[in-house]
Design a protein around this ligand. Sequence first.
Ligand SMILES: [Fe+2]
Length: 182
Amino acid sequence: MITYPSIDAEAARRFACRVLLPLPQRWIHTQAVAAQAAAVARAVAPQDRALLLAAAWLHDIGYAPAAALTGFHPLDGARLAARYSWPPRLTGLIAHHSGALFVARVSGWDEQLAAFPDEASPVTDALVYADQTTAPDGRMLPADVRIAQALARHGPGSPQHGAAAHRTPYLLAAVGRVQARL
Ligand SMILES: [Fe+2]
């Protein structure tokens, strides 16, 4: 059995900082998502808090030029993290962050994404909360507003719109579970 060292959230921060260097706006968003994750960390078990924080730092690395292969950032990010030997729970959280599978089913990346485990846990929910209450520019805002703004940004005909009927209720339910746990 392979054993992995415990998650080092500071190492995740440094890795994300390095790969997102060409994308300052994405780094601003990422820092704010990590702050939100820290703020809701008590919604997950104490032993999973470093994992949550590391996942927040790494969730959008798939946008980085070093990662972008398919253009589907949850998949590209998970693959980049796997290449750098981040542990499976972390690559799974990156792959499945913010209901990525709903979008993958519309855009055709679902089989590749399913190669990564979806733990569907309180950590998954807390990552949804952190990401979906943080705008692209790092401002905090309610999840329903953030989701509506994202749909407006991507426009009709986008995979995000195609996935919205299933993904939006999933995201809001995850946010609700986190609020209940707090
Ligand atoms: Fe994000």
